[in-house]
Write a protein that binds this ligand. Structure first.
Ligand SMILES: [Ca+2]
Length: 127
């Protein structure tokens, strides 16, 4: 998860990964009905392209909560990673159903066929 980003918007996304306070992450969190950022347990950093590039967001979660992705992250994620201290299970269908792919920090800079561009929801736990 530690890459140099070529574009300003991506640099902002990278900064949000650390500061967990940037506007894009908050907007996405709200759009997927994530809990209030002041009360969340952690964040799953997701990007639409490999190597944590493309459109990225730091999606807030509470442990044991299943969150469905919405546009632009529904069936587009190609790299992702959770905050340290958590294990996150992604699913190829909504409501945490379908094939699973599990990550701990720093996550995966690319995903295998069948998972790439197929993730629809996720659920995280303390690791
Ligand atoms: Ca993708």
């Amino acid at each position: 998860m530690f890459f140099k980003f070529a574009f300003g918007a991506l640099a902002t996304a990278a900064a949000s990964m650390v500061a967990v306070s940037a506007a894009p992450a908050v907007d996405v969190a709200a759009s997927v009905s994530s809990p209030d950022s002041a009360q969340v347990d952690g964040h799953l950093f997701v990007c639409t392209d490999n190597n944590f590039t493309g459109v990225c967001a730091n999606v807030a979660f509470n442990v044991d909560q299943c969150i469905n992705f919405v546009s632009p992250f529904q069936d587009t994620i190609s790299s992702f990673g959770p905050d340290s201290g958590f294990i996150c299970i992604t699913y190829t269908d909504n409501n945490c159903q379908g094939l699973t792919y599990t990550a701990v920090a720093p996550g995966f800079s690319s995903l295998p066929s069948g998972i790439n561009d197929a993730i629809s929801s996720f659920q995280c736990f303390h690791n």
